[in-house]
Design a protein around this ligand. Structure first.
Ligand code: FAD
Length: 392
């Protein structure tokens, strides 16, 4: 057993870390508080910078201008980017993973060629729109519909929270393809360009954290797309496709949690050394020191679990999906504890608006909610455990 990253991974990690700390981290605070227009401009610039360092092509194959990183590499770099700026991380991930991964995994050759080379180089920005006002965890409850017409589909529906909607050039949209009277519902993911008639971008959505990320809803009214817009070209595959994206995505969300956890650790330890109370550095008080030890332990365990799951994907282990769920469950809950400890160590001065610890505290809460809440991860893991240890 070897817990060391390979030399290649270490080199990649250092290169990305240096770049993100120099070009992304210094703008994180500004992105959180500036006006909507300013935020959009800053995010476009950040995505441009990430394309220069190859980050936007990390899960795209070389044939389509990407650099096809393995899963361990994706996690190592995701941790560094999320630590530098979580808003930039989720915007980059929405394009470079949530849009690109399904197109690469399930798309036709024509679809891959039309989008992946541009996503990899930052020439196009992608987004994914699957959840709705009344359908998040229960995706089968979505109302968006795609009706088959001659040589295409007509899509109607509303998506309410879509990362990158204000800046995306292209969307993957989940819609029901079966009619109401069909017994089992069928779904499709549709690739829809921003300028398609019938597609409208909604008002910007304001969120508790990740305020630098451009988020809005989508309205689709009689939005007519050709047959070529259906991902993979075969109707009825949308459910498996979106499930695969979400399970696989647990991995980089876990890495995001670890990155934010490291940010909390670094801020809290510095504060514990610098802040003096009752004539002592506060870190010398056992109650504060114990918080730091819990934070470190949680984060290190989370990283191990995340990299274990990444390694399982890289080695085609049968348990990779379930390990990714375990990693998402543990790291997201751990991050809530870690960010809470960081806030407590900063106390009143962390609660003040505009401080880094306050921003990271708000950003952190996202991971327990996104793409399979902690409750849903437990449901998935319990089912797998029951199947494994209590065969019917
Ligand atoms: C910042 C942000 C960005 C987002 N970006 C996107 C995006 O780009 N594209 C997109 O399509 N969506 C996006 N979303 C939506 C996100 O995917 C959903 O919020 C998430 O999937 C949870 O769904 P929900 O909010 O509808 O919660 P619900 O499904 O309504 O869940 C509510 C509560 O019930 C619990 N619950 C539900 N079912 C069960 C069950 N079977 N067992 C136990 N507990 C259960 C949940 O765990 C949760 O605690 C984003 C959300 C946020 C906050």
């Amino acid at each position: 057993m070897d817990f060391e990253l390979s030399d290649n991974h270490k080199e990649l990690q250092q290169k990305m870390k240096d770049f993100f700390q120099k070009h992304i981290a210094p703008r994180a605070s500004k992105m959180d508080i500036s006006s909507s227009e300013e935020k959009l401009a800053l995010m476009r610039e950040n995505l441009d910078r990430l394309s220069q360092v190859g980050y936007l092509g990390h899960c795209i194959k070389e044939d389509y201008n990407g650099n096809n990183m393995d899963f361990v590499g994706q996690c190592v770099t995701a941790e560094e980017l999320a630590k530098a700026c979580a808003s930039t991380f989720i915007s980059a991930r929405a394009s470079a993973f949530l849009f690109a991964y399904p197109v690469q995994s399930f798309g036709t050759e024509q679809q891959k060629k039309a989008y992946l080379p541009y996503i990899a180089k930052g020439g196009k920005i992608g987004a994914i729109a699957y959840s709705e006002q009344d359908a998040g965890s229960d995706l089968l409850a979505i109302q968006a519909s795609a009706e088959k017409v001659d040589k295409g589909w007509v899509i109607n529906g509303t998506k309410d929270i879509v990362v990158n909607a204000p800046i995306a050039d292209v969307f993957l949209v989940l819609a029901k393809t079966s009619s109401k009277d069909e017994e089992s519902p069928a779904f499709g993911l549709f690739i829809i360009d921003r300028d398609t008639p019938g597609l409208e971008i909604g008002e910007r959505v304001e969120t508790l954290g990740l305020r630098g990320a451009p988020i809005a809803g989508l309205d689709l009214k009689d939005c007519h797309v050709s047959d070529e817009a259906l991902l993979g070209g075969t109707p009825g595959k949308g459910k498996e496709q979106i499930e695969d994206v979400l399970v696989n995505g647990s991995l980089t969300l876990s890495a995001m949690a670890v990155g934010l956890g490291v940010a909390c650790m670094e801020m809290a330890t510095q504060r514990a050394k610098k802040r003096v109370a009752f004539g002592k550095q506060i870190g010398r008080f056992q109650e504060v020191g114990f918080k730091l030890s819990d934070m470190f332990t949680d984060n290190d365990l989370g990283r191990m679990l995340t990299l274990r799951a990444a390694w399982a994907y890289d080695n085609n282990e049968a348990e990779a999906n379930i390990l990714a769920s375990c990693a998402k469950l543990f790291t997201s809950e751990a991050l809530t504890r870690i960010s809470n400890h960081a806030m407590q160590i900063f106390a009143g001065h962390g609660y003040v608006k505009g401080t880094d610890v306050e921003r990271v505290f708000r950003d952190a809460r996202f991971v327990e909610i996104a793409e399979g809440t902690t409750e849903i991860q437990r449901v998935i893991i319990a089912k797998s455990v029951l199947d494994k240890y209590l065969p019917r």
